[in-house]
Write a protein that binds this ligand. Structure first.
Ligand code: HEM
Length: 470
């Protein structure tokens, strides 16, 4: 008797939930994909690995059948999956008004409640303005550019006696050495820097995992690494309070402001390093891959740099400035094309904070929208032969093409604060690479969407030193 009552109650709850979902989906005027498997829905086909420069079977099938906006049952809940550039722009432009971040709650345990990525309202505005001010054009010019060139050059000089390098290891190190120097004045390659890099990597790998805090789990390891990173930052703060000498880094900038608590500074510095680390490293590995398939682009990059240096030498100065880099159109095209085919922040997860009417759709309050950025970048109506690496597609008689379907750095209130820094860092590394080396793949190892952008074999490349002249 008790057993049949229990079964009836469970069935009633399941039926009520299904009816609620059904009504929500029906009234939204958005087509719905199949229910998929019990509990997991279509998660397995959604996360199935595929080459990162393709849509993959799941999306190809769903876009053909349901269009660019559809309901999908993923990660145990129904959510709206959008590949539509206009809807995705609407979502990011209305962050904090109609949408908010849809990160799992476990994220705040890994990056801290004061991190910019998680902050809301006035706290977000204030912290964001602070970081943006730190990353101003004049600072990029005066200290970042010089450090980037030095670190990239020294890093690549260290390859001189090698005929093969593991590209993902090298790009990750360059990105980390750079950001750790600018955040905490850490010395590239020192044991302390290497240890911090591994800890940050553990945290990155913990993001998106289910909160399972047991010994031996990846999430527990990520939590321990978070504690280690915070301890390193706290010790640096203590050292700064004891010594007179001022370091020109992000931590000192926050100390000077004088309004931040130790905890806030810990979270902001970690978020700063975090943003400028894995994403840049992976994008650069993608650049090495795509440029490795396109020798003409490498030649044109070399020529563009040499032309600028030659014209500067005539006026007696050969060092490149921020505006020199920004003026090199083909280099910018290569960066755009790399960000298009090597999109590392592939999806944005946003939650509707109200019932939203948009172009005939109803997006119900509380529902998650996955704004799929990487798929937008493969739209054949905007990018002809989208799977092909073709930097020249960005060149127009009026300069580098702008596209509303291209948003590797998101937009609106959460637009990446490191976008300008990132583009400069990519340009500097790519230039140093093509000027110092030619390379070929040691094995076929294309970037895969897993759904993270990854190289399964870490992209080993055979290198040959060169010294090109005009
Ligand atoms: C290729 C390099 C990069 C890519 C593709 C990238 C991408 C993104 C994207 C898509 C977002 C928005 C996420 C959202 O809407 O929720 C974002 C935000 C952010 N990025 Fe980046 N990023 C890059 C480099 C950097 C660098 C170099 C830094 C730091 C120095 C950085 C720091 C941040 C921070 C702190 C946020 C949060 C902004 C906020 O919530 O107001 N990123 N990034």
């Amino acid at each position: 008797m008790v057993f049949s009552l229990l079964i009836t109650a469970i069935l009633a709850i399941v039926a009520a939930k299904t009816l609620k979902e059904y009504l929500k989906i029906r009234h939204s005027n958005i087509p719905s994909a199949n229910m998929g498997w019990p509990l997991i829905g279509e998660t397995l086909s959604f996360v199935k690995a595929h080459p990162a420069f393709t849509l993959g079977d799941y999306l190809q099938h769903h876009i053909a059948k349901y269009g660019t906006v559809f309901w999908a049952n993923i990660f145990g809940k129904w959510l709206i999956h959008s590949v539509d550039p206009e809807l995705n722009r609407f979502v990011v432009n209305n962050e904090m008004k109609m949408f908010k971040q849809g990160w799992p709650r476990s994220l705040s345990r890994l990056i801290g409640n004061n991190a910019l990525t998680i902050s809301l309202g006035d706290a977000h505005k204030r912290r964001r303005a602070e970081v943006l001010n730190y990353l101003s054009g004049s600072r990029l010019e005066s200290t970042f550019l010089r450090d980037m060139e030095q670190i990239a050059s020294a890093h690549m000089e260290s390859w001189r006696n090698r005929d093969m390098v593991i590209a993902t290891d090298e790009t990750r190190k360059y990105a980390f050495y750079m950001i750790a120097k600018k955040a905490l004045s850490m010395t590239p390659g020192s044991p302390e820097t290497e240890k911090l890099m591994e800890a940050l990597n553990d945290i990155y790998m913990g993001i998106g995992l289910i909160y399972v805090n047991f010994p031996g789990t990846r999430f527990r390891k990520a939590l321990q690494s978070r504690a280690y990173v915070q301890e390193v930052i706290r010790q640096k703060l203590e050292q700064r309070r004891l010594k007179d000498q001022e370091d020109d880094d992000f931590l000192n900038y926050l100390i000077k402001d004088g309004t931040y608590s130790t905890e806030e500074m810990g979270d902001l510095v970690q978020n700063f390093i975090f943003g400028g680390n894995e994403v840049i490293g992976r994008t650069l590995a993608a650049a090495i891959y795509y440029l490795g398939t396109c020798p003409q682009a490498c030649d044109q990059l070399r020529e563009e740099r040499l032309q600028v240096i030659k014209s500067k030498q005539q006026s007696g100065d050969s060092s490149l400035t921020l505006s020199d880099y920004r003026g090199m159109e083909f280099t910018q095209c290569v960066v755009n094309e790399t960000l298009r085919l090597g999109t590392v922040s592939r999806f944005l997860h946003k939650v509707a904070t109200a019932n939203i009417q948009y172009k005939g759709y109803v997006i119900p309050r509380g529902c998650t929208v996955i704004a799929n950025i990487s798929a937008m970048h493969l739209d054949p109506t905007e990018f002809k032969d989208p799977e092909t690496f073709n930097p020249w597609r960005w060149l127009t008689p009026n300069g580098v093409k702008k596209s509303r379907s291209f948003m590797p750095f998101s937009g609106g209130a959460r637009h990446c604060i490191g976008a300008e820094l990132a583009k400069l860092e990519l340009m500097v590394f790519i230039h140093q690479l093509v000027m110092k080396y030619e390379w070929e793949f040691a094995q076929n190892d294309p970037p895969m969407a897993t759904p993270r952008l990854e190289f399964p074999n870490c992209l080993p490349i055979k290198i040959r030193a060169i010294s090109p002249k005009l």
